[in-house]
Write a protein that binds this ligand. Structure first.
Ligand code: ZN
Length: 243
């Protein structure tokens, strides 16, 4: 069983297209998406339609919930630019996109693997970027393999014999899955780990291996469309730096 994992696409169609092409070339048995299809980027409906078409499992993320104006997920959790982009996205979503996003949950279980948009303790909001948060994730659920998105930072945390490690996972990082692991594939559409390329993760569950992948995409095309649609300029600028 080989699964391709992607997350945090955020309405960035050029980034999603190159990732899906790379995934198709790798011929996985399944495609798993960890959520945040919309928010920030200028193509929320196009991105949602492609993911609906191509992903076998898809979670909902905090930005998707805010765009749906879902109860309990308020704009006050967002900074000014993210809130402005969320309001733009809310107006932009068509009925098909809304119906699909409404049908999704922020967590799922596949082939003995736990999938969470954010974390097992809080599938919508908690960022797993510290050893403390990773330890909390391992303590919260029995899964030997935990997949999370949300932070937009590709990373791997391993719990083996009571010892926990947490490291960022740059392009090409390969991991043997021999203990308990928490993996974040990084973000397709708005990377925040200093590498502007679109991120995804290839998993081989029988071969017990994981590989962190990055692919170049046309950042300029996304930036130009964001500015043309009146989305906040700093959100476009950051894509070039991957921060
Ligand atoms: Zn996100």
């Amino acid at each position: 069983m080989r699964a391709a994992v992607l997350s945090d696409i955020h309405g960035n169609l050029p980034a999603l297209e190159v990732v899906l092409a790379a995934i198709a070339a790798a011929r996985p048995d399944a495609v798993w998406c960890l959520g945040d299809l919309v928010g920030y980027g200028p193509w929320p409906n196009e991105v949602t339609a492609l993911v609906r078409d191509q992903a076998d499992v898809c979670l909902v993320g905090n930005h998707d919930l805010v765009a749906l104006d879902a109860a309990g997920v308020g704009l006050d959790e967002f900074n000014r630019e993210a809130a402005e982009a969320a309001l733009w996205t809310r107006r932009e979503l068509n009925d098909e996109t809304r119906t699909f996003l409404h049908s999704l949950a922020p967590q799922a279980s596949q082939n003995g693997t736990g999938l969470y948009h954010a974390s097992p303790r809080d599938p919508v909001w908690e960022y797993v970027l510290s050893g403390e948060a990773a330890a909390g994730a391992f303590a919260a659920v029995p899964d030997s393999l935990i997949l999370v998105g949300h932070s937009h930072v590709a990373l791997a945390s391993t719990l083996a014999g009571g010892r926990l490690s947490l490291d960022v996972a740059p392009a090409g990082t390969e991991l043997e899955l021999t203990a308990r692991h928490l993996l974040n594939p990084g973000s397709v559409g708005q990377p925040r780990d200093g590498d502007p390329r679109a991120a995804w993760l290839m998993l081989d569950l029988e071969g017990r291996a994981a590989r962190f992948e990055r692919v170049d995409y046309d950042v300029r095309r996304t930036q130009d469309e964001m500015r043309a649609r009146g989305l906040p300029s700093p959100l476009a600028d950051r894509l070039a730096a991957g921060l």
